[in-house]
Design a protein around this ligand. Sequence first.
Ligand SMILES: Cc1cc2nc3c(=O)[nH]c(=O)nc-3n(C[C@H](O)[C@H](O)[C@H](O)COP(=O)(O)OP(=O)(O)OC[C@H]3O[C@@H](n4cnc5c(N)ncnc54)[C@H](O)[C@@H]3O)c2cc1C
Length: 378
Amino acid sequence: MDFQFNDEQRMWHDVTHNFMEKEVGREYTREHDANREFPNEVYKKMADMGWLGLLTPEEYGGMRCDPIMFAIFCEAIGKFSLDTAACIMTSMFTANNIVNHGTAKMKESLLPAFLNGDQKFAISISEPQSGSDAAAVRTKAVQDGDDWVLNGNKVWCSGAHLPNTAIVLLARTSEDRYNGLSLFLIPNDTPGLIIKKMDTIVRRSLGTTEFFLDNLRIPKENLIGEIGKGWKYIAEHLDMERLSITASQVGNARTALDDTIKYTKEREAFGKKLSQFQVLKHRMAENEIEITAARLMVYSAASKMAQGENASKEVSMAKVFAADVAFKVAFNGMQALGGYAQLPEYDMERYFREAKHGMVGGGTREIQCSIIAKHMGL
Ligand SMILES: Cc1cc2nc3c(=O)[nH]c(=O)nc-3n(C[C@H](O)[C@H](O)[C@H](O)COP(=O)(O)OP(=O)(O)OC[C@H]3O[C@@H](n4cnc5c(N)ncnc54)[C@H](O)[C@@H]3O)c2cc1C
């Protein structure tokens, strides 16, 4: 058992962290959060590095890496903001539905453009009445001649409004709870589709949206894979998605703690540096322990996945733990920075907002506990 990165992993860690420091940086991230702007320049640079293809097989022009290398990447891209990580990762996961189940025409027209940064993807599962209970989707797709006609209401579809984005959408094609769900490809410029941004306190750069499907017509070849297999296709990439979100939370918690340490070493009260007060020192020490533990859980789950084993329980455990840790670290950071924590230029309020969403996005804390309990035979 080896708890250290090998040379290749260490080098990848350094390359990705250097990229985030030099090519992204906290000021750029802060500005894009404040202006609710997608980080186009960073996305394009990542495409130029070939990194958008980290989950795409080589036969389609990607450079698919193992889950450990991907976790290292996600830890780095979450460094300044979980939103930045979501901006990069959302298309990467969603593209895999096309890679694994898309038609030859979809692959040919979408994958090269995705890899060079010109084509994005958004995933639309959630509906007003179906969040955690994701299979309760009500949006209906009915075949009519050479078209599918869709009716329903989707919410929380992150990035669906961005230029050149194709939405991979889960809709009901029969009444069977799981086998009655199918996946469809809906370009966001499809006539009749009106996408509205939601005014969230997180994911301000990626943006999240809602839309109504009112007799929306798409050609029949926009079905992804087979009718009734949508649930199965979505479930295929859930562990990888959760692992990646979790890795990025560890990366962000690290920065939040480092910022807290730096601030408390500089700021004085009662003639002492804040870092000299034992209560603050101990909180930071506890956070150090927790981040280390969360990180080990991420790489332990990643290493199980890299060996081709099912790591669903380990991924969910890591997700619950890391989300709690990220929130606790940001919460303590908010307290340690006093009033200054309220100012965007100190970044802590962003870490705090985003860490809270970490307990919900990608499957809530409670749903992860249900998965873990199931693995425990409960
Ligand atoms: C910013 C943002 C971006 C998002 N992006 C996307 C996206 O791109 N695509 C997409 O499809 N969705 C997206 N979502 C939706 C997200 O996946 C859901 O919000 C999430 O799954 C929870 O669903 P819900 O909000 O309807 O909460 P609910 O399901 O209503 O849950 C409310 C509370 O009840 C708890 N609960 C529910 N069921 C159980 C149970 N069985 N046992 C115990 N507790 C339970 C939950 O854990 C939670 O605490 C996004 C959401 C947000 C806020």
